[in-house]
Write a protein that binds this ligand. Structure first.
Ligand SMILES: Cc1cc2nc3c(=O)[nH]c(=O)nc-3n(C[C@H](O)[C@H](O)[C@H](O)COP(=O)(O)O)c2cc1C
Length: 371
């Protein structure tokens, strides 16, 4: 499993783990993979603290940071304020959300409630740049970006620091744009993945992108929940796997999700997800819920663009979680959720991925008459 990229990055296993839990990052990197800390919900100060926490515990083992700088969003390239953006949301959208909360009996937040959710600034070039600048003050090995090619100045800055820069994509055209911009790693995200995702299945997308981008290393994202799936990604030409969903039901992630969401994740089958615009305005795979269904119903006022779609619901989502409202509670997650049926320590998930992948590769060698 010592792919060229894994060797270059000093990894013992080519497993890249996107997660918002610094504790999961720590465990994955300790086990020889690359934990990648999702920064979108953090202020730059919080990211700085989390990186320092990791630096103090990782003894020089590599980790990465993930930002969200979308190619397109309302207010991009303009002087925008929260007030200006709020004015773009129609009363019909606010009424629709209020009506849904009422219909499902979701109470208000208590007066002393401390907001935990991500703010709209997280999904912008300004915040993304601040994340990149903070991250580069730490000994990180990778910066990754969701929702498009990162801005040229961020790519340059990462290169000046000798840090690899990667981005996700769901189409060959996007992969070629990433390559042209000089990205070091391309993450091919199949439709089965959790979070923002396209329409092409990983089985088709990985080899298509591997063939298109030549010597730029490709990671397969989407549907990696076992060592057999990891071996399949390597067979398709990927130099590693980029994972997200499987960490949501690890012990080290429990504090990062409302208990009602964890309960739903453990119960869900692989058919219980949907690619919906209900979180951000862009299609993202998530649990199918009364919330996603309502936004598709004939009463729906329609989806809003980034970041307005999130703004209209940020407080509602906290109310849903706070009151453990089962029909409405959701989360981004991929189809692999059907195999996530137990809370496990991150280290155990890493061991299982590595052991099964090795066993699968050996079995395939025997099948091919090579061993
Ligand atoms: C809860 C959740 C949140 C995510 N948030 C982000 C994000 O902020 N940035 C990002 O690059 N990818 C994000 N993703 C996508 C992951 O990085 C990864 O590409 C995806 O989970 C891989 O597919 P899998 O879910 O089948 O493992 C998210 C995925 C999940 C499940």
């Amino acid at each position: 499993m010592h792919t060229k990229l894994a060797k270059e990055m000093g990894l013992e296993a080519p497993i890249f783990a996107f997660t918002r839990s610094k504790e999961v990052v720590l465990e994955v990197s300790r086990k020889g993979g690359l934990g990648v800390l999702g920064a979108v919900a953090m202020t730059p100060e919080e990211l700085d603290e989390a990186c320092t926490w990791l630096d103090e515990r990782l003894d020089g083992k590599p980790y990465g940071v993930d930002t969200v700088m979308p190619m397109a969003y309302e207010g991009k390239g303009e002087e925008w304020t929260e007030e200006k953006l709020r004015a773009l949301i129609s009363p019909a959208h606010h009424q629709f959300v209020a009506h849904l909360l009422e219909k499902y009996g979701v109470g208000e937040l208590p007066a002393d409630y401390e907001r935990k959710g991500e703010d709209l600034l997280g999904w912008s070039d300004e915040r993304g740049r601040a994340h990149v600048e903070v991250a580069l003050r730490h000994p990180i090995a990778l910066i990754a970006n969701a929702l498009g090619t990162p801005p040229a100045d961020c790519i340059e800055l990462a290169k000046e620091h000798g840090v690899k820069i990667a981005a996700l994509c769901g189409k060959k055209k996007q992969a070629l744009r990433h390559k042209e911009a000089g990205l070091d790693i391309i993450i091919a995200q199949g439709t089965e993945a959790g979070g923002h995702t396209g329409e092409v299945a990983g089985m088709v997308l990985t080899p298509e992108i591997v063939d298109a981008v030549g010597d730029t290393p490709v990671l397969t994202a989407g549907g990696i929940g076992s060592g057999r799936q990891m071996a399949a990604a390597l067979a398709l030409g990927a130099q590693g796997v980029w994972t997200g969903s499987i960490w949501l039901t690890t012990r080290e992630h429990l504090d990062y999700h409302a208990p009602i969401v964890v309960e739903k994740l453990l119960e869900a089958q692989s058919t219980d997800t949907v690619r919906s615009r209900a979180i951000s305005g862009k299609p993202a795979r998530q649990l199918k819920t009364a919330w996603t269904e309502a936004w598709e119903s004939k009463e729906s006022p329609g989806y809003l663009p980034i970041p307005l779609m999130w703004m209209v619901q940020a407080e509602a989502v906290e109310r849903i979680y706070h009151h453990s409202n089962k029909p409405l509670a959701g989360s981004p997650v991929g189809q692999i959720v059907g195999s996530m049926n137990e809370i496990k320590p991150t280290a155990e998930v890493m061991d299982a991925l590595i052991t099964e992948c090795q066993a699968t590769l050996e079995r395939l060698c025997r099948l091919g008459g090579l061993a």
